[in-house]
Design a protein. Sequence first.
Length: 151
Amino acid sequence: MGRSQETFNKKEVRNKKEKKRKDKIAKKQARNLIEKKSSLEDMMAYVDEHGNITDTPPDPTVKKKVIKAESIEIGIPKRDSLPEQDPIRKGTVTFFNDSKGFGFIKDSETQESIFVHVNNLIDEIKEDNLVIFEVEMGQKGPIAVKVKLFK
């Protein structure tokens, strides 16, 4: 009798291909079962009142809020709706460097720290002086101009 024409390597390759084919069929059957179970209700997503996505439908018994479309304001509020501030403000010099020529004034009303430069001074100032000034917008934020000592 003659030897078999199939070598060990050929048998291994054939077994691997057969196993791969069986795995592919099993995966396909599992996918089909999942697809049959899933329905439209399983795929639905709802948005709750806070904007979060949930899988539970909203409760129809909950009273809805009625909002008038005219009351919704889109964009930046009108300039006239903001309270007018006095252009001349009072404050205290918290820091001033004579050699570099700049410092900061703390506004007494808003407690905001405002930059001041030596070019915008009318009177000479030092730290802890009470001053009056006007505020303008500079390149990097508000700056104090027309700064003079408060008497």
